[in-house]
Design a binder for this molecule. Structure first.
Ligand code: CAP
Ligand code: MG
Length: 421
């Protein structure tokens, strides 16, 4: 009898072409989970705190709570609620006011699953993993990257020198740090030109493809202008802080169709993703990043300086790489309808000693990045990069790092240095 009261609840409903969200809900004291779930469904679709008389025709767009298992609730949102190809619009509903509602003590959006029409309304990655492998001419090993350190304050000359040493040592990618833009100590234009020159030099000296991921994060128009400069100067990659820049500006950048690979840094994500009871799980951010069309995305390490369990990182990697993913406890199934695979990036407190762990858990289709783990090497960035590349080579040859280090002094010295870290 009580269920009839719920306009936003239908436990017999079988979703077809809806957007599905999986929430973890803790109601406020004195409220049932059912009522709290209904409140989430109404606030994130057609409703508010009071019924609006005379406008009943909108009810066909009501979101429906259709599954409740323990604290986990699934809600189906009719496609008609959303504008296709508009990421902020979708997020303002499914991840909007609801987190602040008094009806919930805690609320976490664990995952979202999109129907075909919605997936098709976004472009997805331009290159994806296969495209990046082709650009870099690297067939079947993990990519090695570095983040120039110190992250801020370095002048252009030292930045370029560290980049060149890293490439010569064996890095494929050199990346800016997330908070480097165009500050007085290191202006964007000069850094771009000089670092690309060093890249060309490193390419001709090593015979390998090298890439510079310059951080273009800025006000949207300025960001597109900087990306255009990269294209004009022959760069193939850019990097952007997708959370602080925002999904709208990421869409603008992707839709500008500059044919540049977009490397997505996720600075600030942990403000939303870290609390396991409240906020938004990283997999949701990753879903939007893949839809909008980044080519590589930071997914964590499970072992370095930043929080994140390896089990969750494996699931996250599957979500951005596979053609379709199956449902698990905290993940919804998703058919990606041909959207290209995004390259998972492992970064944060890494050094060569961690390489076997990363490849064992996450496979070869990853970009392993070491900032401090290369530039903090007492023997310099070049030796640091060489040791990191040797660690990858050892794993690919099935040889333990300890054994490989016996005839590779760079790796040997580096493992000693970082042994106690
Ligand atoms: C890594 C890094 C990255 C983090 C981001 C840093 O440097 O440049 O920003 O890895 O984390 O500043 O920490 P180190 P995530 O190699 O010196 O740690 O990839 O988890 O979003
Ligand atoms: Mg960084």
């Amino acid at each position: 009898m009580a269920e009839i009261e719920y306009d936003y609840l239908d436990l017999k409903y079988k979703p077809k072409n809806d957007v599905i969200c999986l929430f973890r809900i803790e109601p406020k004291k004195g409220m049932t989970l059912k009522k709290a779930a209904e409140t989430v469904a109404l606030e994130s679709s057609t409703g508010t705190w009071v019924a609006i008389p005379g406008k009943e025709y909108v009810e066909k767009l009501n979101a429906k709570v259709f599954s409740i298992k323990g604290k986990f609730v699934k809600i189906a949102y009719p496609m008609g609620l959303f504008e296709k190809g508009n990421a902020p619009n979708i997020l303002s509903s499914i991840a909007g006011n609801i987190f602040g509602m008094k009806a919930v003590k805690n609320l976490r959006l664990e995952d979202v699953s999109f129907p075909k029409k919605l997936v098709k309304s976004f472009p997805g990655p331009y290159y994806g993993i296969k495209g990046i492998r082709k650009l870099m001419k690297i067939k079947d090993r993990p990519f090695l990257g570095t983040i120039i350190k110190p992250k801020l304050g370095l002048n252009v000359g030292d930045h370029v020198k560290s980049a060149y040493d890293s490439w010569i040592g064996g890095c494929d990618f050199v990346k800016d740090d997330e908070n480097l833009a165009s500050q007085d100590f290191n202006k964007f234009e000069r850094r771009l030109t000089k670092t690309l020159e060093a890249k060309d030099k490193a390419e001709s000296e090593t015979g390998e493809k090298k890439a510079y991921l310059i951080n273009v994060t800025a006000e949207t128009n300025e960001m597109v202008r900087r990306a255009e400069l990269v294209r004009q100067q022959g760069g193939k990659f850019i990097m952007v802080d997708i959370i602080t820049a925002g999904f709208a500006s990421l869409q603008t950048l992707r839709n500008a169709n500059l044919k540049l690979a977009i490397h997505a840094h996720r600075a600030m994500h942990a403000a939303m993703t870290r609390n396991e009871k409240h906020g938004i799980r990283m997999i949701v951010i990753a879903d939007f990043a893949r839809l909008i069309g980044v080519d590589s995305l930071h997914i964590g390490t499970g072992i370095g300086k930043l929080e994140g369990k390896i089990k969750n990182i494996v699931e996250l990697e599957e979500e951005i790489e596979k053609a379709r993913v199956e449902e698990t406890n905290l993940r919804l199934k998703q058919n990606w309808y041909g959207k290209k695979a995004v390259l998972g990036v492992c970064s944060g407190g890494l050094h060569p000693g961690y390489v076997p762990y990363l490849i064992r858990h996450l496979g070869k289709d990853i970009l392993i990045q070491m900032g401090g783990g290369i530039h903090g090497n007492k023997l310099g960035s070049k030796i640091g990069a060489r040791a990191a590349r040797q660690a990858i080579d050892a794993v690919m040859k099935g040889i333990s790092l300890k054994e490989y280090a016996n005839n590779h002094f760079e790796l040997k010295e580096t493992l000693k240095q970082f042994a106690k870290k």
